[in-house]
Design a protein around this ligand. Structure first.
Ligand SMILES: [Zn+2]
Length: 353
């Protein structure tokens, strides 16, 4: 995901310390005049420079989600709160990370594709494979889709990327959180969905490829897999059936703090918050607010209800993000539990809408 939109609690005027390959993108939503005015009027934000490598917005940690209209969040029912097997999800994260750098088309990436498919044996699995023409040459891209049918007409999509960064291929970067945790939690969701009759909507899990830039993040150098998939689903009519789409990205740090992403759909963020509250997890959600560019964007642009579930900054001053320090010791099964349980409960709430 895009690096330059970083938020640091009440620490103002922080300048990003890294010269990230992502920083060439102009600020969009966090710096829009409308947003500046709204947040400034509310007294909730201090605006800082919107140029490259600087933090764009800081929101006090007291800011939580806005309350939903009663109709948006179904009343609690008697269904027990769902739980993922977080130990297993953490073990998946460890195994995925152990493959090493997993950029598009390299040997480790191929091994990981096989690993994902091996864990989906017996499931309904589809490929969305193509060749991306990039500034660094041609790369094979492969989105992997597992479909779990439901009785209701409509689809809930959960996605997370499994690639790591091509520009970081020679520095010992292994992407435990960024790429590892998203791959793993989707595998655990598959375990939870497999073999169960679904009264609600169909759930599709998508391991996305080519999320990361091959050189420098821009509209054309990023999100290769999801830009292709969104276009394909627009053409074949799938997009119209999607009730909600949630992206999992960097969701396992020990000090889990999920950003309220201003590029996401507010009612869906509110539903996720309601689900988190039911598990007693709400303190991990939406203390910070800002706009992220991630795999949801190609779908947001096409009018799909989307939520980016992401924890940024990663480590103090974002020091672990896209560095060799993104390793297993920064992560915790408890965080996977929080995000996993909350996502499953969100699916349950969506099924009732
Ligand atoms: Zn990344």
């Amino acid at each position: 995901m895009l690096i330059h939109r970083r938020f640091a609690g009440e620490t103002l005027n922080r300048t990003a310390t890294k010269t990230e390959e992502h920083q060439a993108v102009p600020c969009v939503s966090p710096c829009s005049p409308w947003l500046k005015v709204c947040l400034a009027v509310l007294g909730m934000v201090t605006l800082v420079s919107c140029s490259r490598g600087t933090v764009t917005i800081v929101v006090p940690s007291q800011l939580k989600t806005t309350p939903s209209a009663p109709s948006e969040v179904p009343l609690p029912d008697n269904a027990p709160l769902p739980h993922i097997d977080a130990k297993r999800a953490f073990q998946y994260t460890r195994e995925v990370t152990a493959f090493g750098p997993r950029y598009m088309g390299n040997e480790n990436h191929k091994k990981l594709e096989r690993y994902i498919l091996d864990h989906l044996k017996g499931d309904q699995v589809e490929d969305d494979a193509f060749t991306a023409d990039t500034v660094e040459g041609k790369f094979p891209v492969r989105n992997i889709i597992a479909k779990f049918p439901g009785a209701k007409d409509g689809i809930i999509v959960i996605m997370g990327h499994y690639d790591t960064n091509y520009p970081l291929r020679n520095i010992g970067y292994v992407g435990a959180n960024d790429g590892g945790s998203s791959t793993a939690i989707l595998l655990e969701f598959a375990n939870q969905l497999r073999g169960k009759k679904r009264d609600g909507y169909s759930v599709w899990l998508v391991w996305t490829d080519g999320e990361e830039a091959v050189k420098s993040w821009s509209d054309t150098d990023s999100l290769y897999g999801t830009r292709h998939l969104a276009e394909k689903w627009e053409k074949d009519g799938t997009l119209k059936k999607i009730k909600a789409l949630m992206v999992m990205d960097m969701i396992a740090p020990t000090d889990l703090a999920i950003l309220r992403d201003t590029n996401s759909t507010p009612w869906l963020l509110d539903l996720i918050y309601a689900a988190a509250e039911r598990g007693g997890y709400q303190s991990h959600f939406y203390g910070l607010q800002g706009g992220e560019e991630d795999d949801h964007i190609p779908f947001v642009k096409r009018g799909v209800a989307c939520a980016d579930v992401i924890d940024v900054p990663y480590g103090y001053n974002d020091v672990f993000h896209h560095t060799p320090q993104d390793t297993m010791d920064k992560l915790s099964p408890k965080s996977l539990q929080i995000v996993g349980d909350t996502t499953l409960e969100t699916i349950h709430l969506l099924d009732q809408r």
